[in-house]
Design a protein around this ligand. Structure first.
Ligand code: ZN
Ligand code: ZN
Ligand code: FE
Length: 763
């Protein structure tokens, strides 16, 4: 007789792990129990020695697909003569910090989908069908251990039929905490915008929503991590009405299609893109659109790509099955505010927009937007990390000495907790410009600290004192009595986040290209070559400075950057480009005449804006990065190398941007094609990267390069730079699971802070 006590850590709750252990123990004829604990899953087994060995041997190898095992501990113990194997009630008493990882939400699995569409099944068309392999997790979990009583399913008492399935080891819903049916589960309701008529429930509610959508109406749908606004994507007037009511003039809408065939009708998808469309995370995938696609022009005006996703929940499946057309599916929020998660906020924020509300009575505990990914340089890369991915943790190379909370940047904010050797990032929080966004930030911090059971001993924040996140961080630090506050330079954080993804600790060359971040010299950085060594960095080189009139205003009006760059390169900017107000233009040229009063900037984002405007591709950006996206779309990838790139000596050295601008301006005067000039500009930037990295390699003898910053969502530049750096003998590190944009900054801040605290301990 042999008895062993086994503890398994990682993502092992809410993924069907206990039922799996139960089956494995039964198969080996063992006795004892398995239960969820604060820190993971505890198993106590006994039986003959060969069987116990076989059990231990298979435990990790055959674990359920959604489980991620971070560690296993096995101890011997004196036998106890258990009579059978059972799933024991969870032990929630342990209040020590550190917790089992909360799993991410999982899209409806194939077996549940088949049942959803099977008239003979007792869950036919049930909007909350799920099993141990699928359904909501993060968005409904209040606390760990993961059991129904600590989720938003708690108020729904299982009926006898569900209870039988839940208790049956051979059933695929054995211990599925989200189990429910028409008799005992949450209920959908169709509510009119003034909330006065609460007439329709269940299938009737779904039918009413389908009817509204088919007739060109707008429906607010309570989804997994927040509300969606939906309308028929093939109906031009419906889409235009949604745009007008949501005050969103140009930013592309995402489209939900029934299946991959539906996606293929709208876009030309690659094998990798189809695979990620169907993956259980169900992100929005940015794919090249087809010209002939049956889609209202206003869905994604002027875009060569389209954001497409497949349904992630039974409710969405039922809507798509019913409407049988692609649907616009966009976040249900007021502009610059977080997505609504409760009925009250939804009705007040979206009451003027939606014709019908499809709500339900299960609470959303943690807000979670849709994720956005793209396939670039041969790999899936995350642009917005949220539903399906959050709060999956990222292992870091060495454990932090104390728990750290990092509060992120100002735009595309996320927050991150590092506890031991595990970094956990919140879902995308968004821009922090409004009071509501501030509340959303606090919600995200509270959810993250609760989910990870972390009491931070240090807070990491951006160097910029005026970022809302910096302000929150400092007041939170005093509120919680946290004395260690570490300011991290924005681009240092960008590079560190890329290194964290790759588990790299040795010094690297970090190329950080983005819109803006405060530099340690007080200038606005954004085109940086940093030699990053752990908690510190050396700025080896950067794009030459240009005085920039107005930070945010410049980002929204690319012509301002064009004026600034032309003035710097030629001494003066000529006439305003078409469509630009002459008075505004004059005001900016007057500002540029006194450059000593303007902030200096090395931003590549603003350089993209300037070139987009010079080439007459875009003079304004109606949403962040629009001009740069248009410039990328306008470029031909095979453009010749036409613009010479020079580095000007100095410490740090600089890239001669003025010469580049003069060359592009000359091309414009000679009437060269926009496509070729735009392509040549991308090629020149790639040359800048290679030249800069070679320069650093000469002196520092380091040949690993990390590319980070929002500019690298540009597929053309990423492909060119990666290719040429590799050809030049560099090892290139790119982002994949963490966004290269500011959504990754919190992870970088946490990692830099961890290194700083490590150094302090060694000193
Ligand atoms: Zn399922
Ligand atoms: Zn039931
Ligand atoms: Fe940035």
């Amino acid at each position: 007789m042999e008895r062993r006590l086994i503890t398994v850590q990682g993502v092992v709750q809410g993924v069907g792990f206990r039922p799996y252990v139960h089956r494995l123990a039964a198969a080996n004829g063992l006795r004892g129990f398995v239960r969820n604990e604060q820190h993971g899953v505890a198993i106590d087994v006994e039986g003959d020695r060969t069987s116990v060995d076989a059990f231990c041997g298979s435990l990790i190898l055959e674990a359920p697909p959604l489980a991620t095992i971070a560690g296993v501990r096995i101890e011997r113990a004196p036998p106890r003569s258990y009579s059978k194997f059972r799933i024991a009630p969870s032990d929630a008493a342990d209040a020590s910090p550190g917790a089992a990882s909360v799993p991410a939400d999982v899209a409806t699995c194939g077996r549940c989908l088949a049942e959803l569409r099977d008239p003979a099944n007792r869950r036919y068309r049930h909007p909350f069908i799920s099993c141990t392999d699928c359904g909501p997790r993060l968005t409904i979990v209040r606390d760990t251990p993961y059991d129904r009583e600590r989720t938003a399913m708690a108020p729904f008492t299982m009926c006898a039929a569900c209870r039988t399935e839940y208790d049956n080891p051979d059933d695929r819903r054995f211990h599925a905490e989200t189990i429910c049916c028409w008799d005992c589960g949450p209920e959908v309701q169709a509510v009119s915008r003034d909330a006065s008529v609460l007439a329709l429930r269940g299938c009737h509610a779904i039918a009413a929503a389908v009817e509204t959508l088919r007739n060109g109406g707008i429906v607010a749908v309570k989804a997994l991590g927040g509300y969606h606004l939906a309308c028929d994507a093939t109906n031009a007037s419906a889409v235009e009405r949604l745009r007008a009511l949501k005050c969103r003039d140009a930013k592309p809408f995402a489209v939900m299609v029934r299946d991959v065939a539906g996606a293929d009708a709208l876009c030309s998808t690659s094998v990798a893109e189809r695979a990620v469309l169907e993956a259980c995370e169900r992100p929005i995938v940015l794919v090249p659109r087809r010209d002939a696609a049956n889609l209202a022009a206003s869905v994604a005006p002027g875009q060569l790509t389209l954001g497409v996703m497949l349904p992630a929940t039974p409710v969405h499946h039922l809507l798509l099955d019913g409407v049988a057309r692609p649907l616009v599916m966009t976040s249900g929020n007021r502009r610059d505010e977080p997505v609504a998660i409760d009925e009250g906020t939804a009705l007040s924020a979206l009451g003027a927009v939606a014709d019908l509300f499809l709500v339900h009575d299960r609470a959303i505990i943690t807000r979670c937007d849709d994720s956005v990914v793209l396939v670039s340089a041969g790999e899936v890369r995350t642009v917005r990390r949220a539903r399906g991915y959050a709060p999956r943790s990222i292992p870091i190379a060495r454990a932090a000495t104390r728990p750290i909370l990092a509060v992120g940047g100002h735009l595309k904010n996320t927050v991150c907790v590092v506890d031991g050797a595990r970094a956990t990032m919140s879902a995308h929080v968004g821009d922090l410009d409004t009071i509501a966004a501030r509340d959303g930030w606090r919600h995200a911090v509270d959810c993250l600290l609760r989910a990870t059971r972390t009491r931070p001993a240090a807070i990491a924040h951006d160097l910029h004192p005026d970022y809302a996140s910096t302000g929150f961080a400092l007041s939170m630090a005093s509120e919680l009595g946290i004395e260690t506050r570490i300011a991290v330079q924005h681009h240092h954080a960008h590079v560190a986040s890329c290194l964290a993804e790759h588990g790299v600790r040795e010094p690297v060359i970090g190329v950080a290209f983005d819109g803006a971040g405060l530099g340690s010299d007080g200038a606005i950085w954004g085109g940086e070559f940093l030699l990053v060594h752990g908690a510190s960095f050396t700025r080896c080189g950067h794009l030459s400075y240009v005085p920039l009139p107005g930070g945010d205003a410049a980002a929204r009006r690319p012509w301002r950057s064009a004026a600034a760059h032309l003035t710097a390169a030629r001494g003066a900017a000529s006439a305003p480009p078409p469509g630009v107000d002459a008075a505004e233009w004059n005001l900016v040229t007057q500002l540029l005449a006194r450059p000593e009063r303007l902030p200096q900037s090395s931003s590549v984002g603003r350089l993209f804006d300037a070139v987009a405007s010079l080439l007459d591709v875009a003079h304004i950006s109606r949403f962040e990065g629009e001009a740069a996206m248009r410039l990328e779309s306008a470029a031909t990838g095979r453009a010749p190398r036409r613009y010479d790139v020079t580095l000007l000596d100095g410490a740090p050295w600089t890239v001669d941007v003025a010469a580049l601008i003069r060359a592009i301006d000359d091309d414009c005067r000679h009437g060269r094609s926009t496509a070729e000039s735009a392509g040549a500009f991308h090629r020149a930037l790639s040359d800048v990267i290679v030249l800069g990295c070679k320069r650093v390699r000469e002196s520092a003898a380091i040949a690993t390069v990390a590319l980070s910053g929002g500019v690298f969502v540009n597929r053309l530049l990423l492909a060119l730079a990666t290719q040429e750096l590799t050809a030049a003998g560099f090892r290139v590190l790119l982002h994949a699971q963490v966004p290269c944009n500011d959504g990754g900054v919190s992870l970088g801040q946490a990692c830099v802070a961890a290194r700083a605290m490590e150094d302090e301990q060694c000193a």
